[in-house]
Write a protein that binds this ligand. Structure first.
Ligand code: ACO
Length: 430
């Protein structure tokens, strides 16, 4: 017999089915609660609310487990590539060699943007944040592909939109950077893989071709894999929410880029570096910043620490910390902010404030140090996160439109405003 939860409301029992996931996660299905009892649930920040069933990513926040389609994140970083992980997330299975070759060919084929779009880039002020440019450009792509606007899960067009997005968003990101530094746009080279092409578009200049360095290429690939999905986070939920109104994929992804920008989400990687630089300027006294983070009268937070789901070490941060040491050593870089980061972490991990609240470094704590070592400017860090997260956003959008039980996302509220009152003419208002 299936399990039920029983709620007593106004003295009446309300039975609610219990749903169990494949990893034995349990939830109470409240789909019929409002209709059967008149009651809503209240859950600010949705910390206890499952908005959908999903077969893409599994996280166990207490044990520090992260798996894409059942595959452990550490194994994927070691043995796979970002392109293969993108295929896996979007299609549900690892590709056969033939499927993979076709997929990579299609991504390569679509790596040009409409030449007219270059005019948009030139109209932005030089100091424009690349995240603002990226979100606008992703949405603007819809203008050039009106035939791809209908979200039909089975249509060939949807698969085309997906490959187009995967290929072109990195071009938009690289062009946004080139615009911000006033350099000429650089096109992809057919013989390069996805990640090498991105590095080439970012760093080649007419005076100096960028020769992708294998250490940097591998680190970039791993960073993208680590960011590729994270189940119902703020930006992915935004993509699902916008997409649930049947908005097209370009519009849905553009909304996801905006949601990611905030410093409590993907924008944290930029904020971490700014925080570490502030600490360096302030004489490297990181203990002072630990005290500031604990002070409830001080708005300062330790950026790159804490997570809604992980209540132990973020498995992505474990991998990145190891990479930071290796990469900086291989590139011969001695960055004082890595020492500050390690010092902060060491103190925080033994401080009762952080222990009691289970606050550990998250993926953003070390990613910025790596991006910086690779030569990316700080305002590009969140764009890099967006590039990595793109296949995850696409996979969730696809899963959502393919699910016949999907309804438009429309949360409810408990109204706490004034009750009915009469309009007061302007002349009688005090
Ligand atoms: N520094 C100091 N205290 C913190 C921090 C932090 N970074 N994070 C949480 N806390 C404290 C809170 O003040 C709160 O304390 P209290 O119980 O005494 O009130 C307690 O820990 C619980 O924190 P919440 O804010 O309730 O946790 P929530 O799940 O809502 O927020 C979040 C998670 C947004 C990630 C938060 O930890 C934070 O702001 N971290 C810094 C920003 C950051 O690194 N964001 C990246 C997240 S990973 C990602 O999106 C890719």
């Amino acid at each position: 017999m299936s399990e039920h939860a029983k709620l007593i409301l106004d003295g009446q029992p309300v039975e609610l089915p219990v749903v169990v996931g494949t990893e034995n996660e349990k939830g109470i299905d409240i789909t019929r609660l409002q209709a059967n009892s008149g009651y809503l649930t209240l859950d600010p920040g949705y910390a206890n609310t499952g908005a959908c069933k999903s077969a893409i990513t599994f996280i166990d926040g207490d044990k520090g487990i992260l798996r894409y389609r059942g595959y452990d994140i550490a194994e994927l970083c070691e043995k796979s590539t970002f392109m293969e992980v993108s295929y896996l997330l979007i299609n549900g299975e690892l590709p056969t060699p033939e499927e993979f070759a076709r997929f990579k060919d299609k991504v390569l084929l679509h790596s040009l943007i409409h030449e007219d779009m270059k005019n948009f880039f030139n109209s932005y002020p030089g100091h424009a944040h690349p995240m603002a440019i990226l979100s606008s450009m992703v949405c603007s792509m819809s203008v050039y592909h009106p035939e791809l606007l209908k979200p039909n899960p089975n249509a060939k067009e949807t698969s085309q939109t997906i490959t187009r997005l995967l290929s072109k968003v990195r071009v938009l990101a690289a062009f946004a950077y080139k615009r911000s530094v006033g350099e000429a746009f650089v096109y992809t080279r057919p013989e390069l893989d996805y990640v090498s092409n991105f590095l080439h578009m970012m760093f080649t200049t007419p005076m100096r071709p960028y020769e992708p360095n294998e250490t940097i290429r591998k680190a970039m690939d791993v960073l993208f894999i680590l960011h590729a999905d994270h189940e119902q986070n703020c930006s992915t939920s935004t993509v699902r929410m916008v997409g649930s109104s049947k908005a097209n994929l370009f519009a849905s992804i553009s909304a996801g880029v905006c949601a990611l920008w905030g410093p409590l989400h993907g924008g944290a990687n930029q904020s971490v570096i700014e925080m570490l630089e502030d600490i360096e300027r302030d004489g490297c006294n990181y203990r002072k910043y630990i005290e500031k983070a604990k002070d409830k009268n001080d708005p300062f937070k330790l950026m790159g620490f804490g997570h809604r789901v992980y209540k132990s070490y973020d498995p992505r941060a474990v991998i990145l910390k190891k990479y930071c040491d290796q990469i900086l050593e291989q590139l011969g870089i001695n960055d004082p902010i890595l020492d500050i980061a390690k010092g902060l972490e060491e103190v925080a991990l033994t401080d009762p404030y952080f222990i009691e609240r289970k606050l550990y470094p998250n993926v953003d704590f070390y990613s910025g140090i790596l991006y910086r070592a690779m030569g990316f400017p700080t305002n590009m860090f969140t764009v890099l996160f967006a590039l990595g997260r793109l296949p995850g956003w696409i996979a969730h959008w696809k899963e959502m439109i393919e699910d016949p039980t999907t309804r438009i996302a429309r949360p409810r509220q408990i109204y706490v405003g004034p009750t009915v009152r009469e309009y007061v003419p302007a002349s009688q208002r005090a």
